[in-house]
Structure formats: C-alpha cells, structure tokens
Design a protein around this ligand. Structure first.
Ligand SMILES: [Mg+2]
Length: 127
C-alpha cells in the first residue's frame, strides 16, 4: 500500500465485524470511518470523501447494493466499493469492484485492499 493514509469507510450492521475490520484496517495504516446501517452510510457518503468503501450487503433497511449505487452516483463515482457477505450468492452477480466472502482472513483483506487501491474502480475481480 502507498505511504499516504487511505480513508476507508466500512459499513456493517454487525458491531463485532465492524470492530474487527476497523482494528485490522487501522493496523494497516488506514484512517477508518464506520457506519452500522445503510442510512447512516449514505449520510456519511454525502458529507465525506473516502478512498475506499467496504460494505456488508445484507443489512436491514438500506442494503449494501443501495450503498454501492449511492457511492457510484455521488461526488466521486470512481471510488472503489468492496462488497462483503456471508451469503456467497449475493456476491456472485454484483457490480462491486471486489468482493470478500465472510469469514475472511487479514491476508484476504490486505490482498483486496492492495488490488483495489492500486487499480481504483477500473477493474472488477474477486478472490
Ligand atoms: Mg449484515
């Protein structure tokens, strides 16, 4: 990863996952913002600028797919968005720039980060 701190926005309705992911990303030198719902995510996306969004797909109310749509239609449509889910079929036909099936390891996460942050939103790939 490059030297400057990447601003990463993570969204998940499960507090434990949000906590773990935040810790892992901070250890990798990222500046982390979190949201525990789709609605909070959309509000924060409108007010802040991020280098990367990592969102859970299945959430009550506004889903990760809707967060993706919002991120791609906002200020910076080139922002890479990574989808995470414990339900693999939700990841198989998606427009996310990368996907990570839960549970994933720290190594999986690092791999996705380096790929997505170096490629931007140009290429789509999965683990
Ligand atoms: Mg969820």
């Amino acid at each position: 990863m490059n030297k400057k701190s990447n601003r990463v926005f993570i969204i998940d309705d499960e507090p434990a996952i949000l906590r773990t992911l935040k810790m892992q990303l901070q250890r990798l030198g990222c500046l982390v913002e979190t949201a525990n719902s789709g609605i909070e995510a959309i509000q924060k996306l409108k007010r802040n600028s991020f280098d990367l969004v990592i969102t859970d797909i299945k959430m009550p109310g506004i889903s990760g797919e809707q967060v993706l749509e919002c991120a791609k239609s906002s200020y910076e449509s080139t922002i890479p968005v990574v989808g995470i889910s414990g339900t693999p079929w939700l990841l198989s036909h998606s427009d996310f720039d990368a996907v990570l099936p839960k549970p994933f390891t720290k190594k999986d996460l690092e791999l996705v980060l380096s790929k997505v942050l170096s490629q931007g939103a140009s290429g789509s790939w999965a683990l």
